[in-house]
Design a protein around this ligand. Structure first.
Ligand SMILES: Nc1ncnc2c1ncn2[C@@H]1O[C@H](COP(=O)(O)OP(=O)(O)OP(=O)(O)O)[C@@H](O)[C@H]1O
Ligand SMILES: [Mg+2]
Length: 251
């Protein structure tokens, strides 16, 4: 049975994902700092706003202005979407820095501050269609593996109940356990990498899709660049090539 999809905002990625991200599911976007997680999410938010969806961006570690600045630098101006109310941005960063400042003044630890992320997700208005959490690193940093698993499961479950299509952005920590848990819980996962080519030493960016339920994935890494127009995927498969591949694997 075909499932419904929502465009990612990147044409080549839509072609690979049979039309886009699976609708009303949670997708994990992981990768190291600077790999393009926020930009990938920016394309999705912009496309969704233009399609008239109500979107919410929860920023946990950058301030709103510097997020909007980078969006403008790749040709995406969210001002109209914000003015029309199609894009809501929660100022988690500013709130958090104020709380950290106050907690530090009273000598308190700051781990407790992250505990309200589940509540923040619970408070998302019911008419929101698309949610981006940028990012989950602080949740991961301040919780044990078990607590992280419980909270992430709950966040994913609340958003599923609210029928939101969600992107969860996450770095990869050293032992990778919390990342693996997040991969298990999410409906799909896109990993972004930065590497150096042996021989030339040239830096390359690669995108890898290890998991996307209800979707054929080739497991072939894709090269991409980040340009003034955002993410450009360089290597793409034609649909018929993918179908041929898929048939080969079942015959
Ligand atoms: N206008 C632009 N033109 C070209 N490249 C850009 C432009 N804006 C950003 N980039 C590239 O994108 C990178 C930042 O991407 P992004 O902010 O999405 O990374 P991230 O994975 O979210 O990182 P972090 O984990 O630090 O939040 C920059 O380091 C730069 O290489
Ligand atoms: Mg980012």
């Amino acid at each position: 049975m075909q499932i419904n999809r929502i465009p990612t905002g990147i044409k080549e990625l839509d072609e690979l994902l049979e039309g886009g991200y699976p609708l009303q599911q949670g997708i994990l976007i992981s990768g190291p700092p600077g790999s393009g997680k926020s930009i990938l999410a920016t394309h999705f938010l912009h496309m969704s706003c233009l399609a008239g969806k109500k979107c919410m961006l929860m920023l946990t570690h950058v301030n709103v202005e510097s997020y909007l600045e980078q969006a403008r630098s790749i040709g995406i101006d969210f001002q109209t979407c914000i003015d029309k109310g199609t894009l809501l941005i929660t100022k988690s960063f500013e709130t958090r820095s104020n709380k950290i400042y106050n907690a530090a003044r009273h000598g308190a630890g700051i781990g407790f501050l992250e505990k309200d992320i589940v509540q923040n997700v619970q408070d998302i208005p019911d008419d929101v269609d698309v949610v981006v959490i940028d990012n989950l690193d602080m949740l991961s940093l301040y919780h044990s593996t078990e607590e992280f698993a419980d909270k992430f499961f709950t966040i994913n479950d609340i958003l599923f109940g609210k029928k939101c299509t969600s992107l969860f952005l996450m770095g990869q920590e050293e032992n990778g356990m919390k990342h693996t848990i997040a991969q298990h819980i999410s409906f799909g996962n896109i990993e972004l990498y930065m590497d150096r080519e042996t021989g030339t030493g040239r830096g390359i960016r690669q995108m890898y899709i290890p998991k996307m339920r209800c979707t054929y994935i080739s497991l072939e890494p894709l090269n991409y660049k980040i340009t003034k127009q955002g993410i450009k995927i360089e290597r793409i498969f034609q649909r018929d090539e993918i179908i041929k591949d898929a048939l080969k694997s079942v015959l």
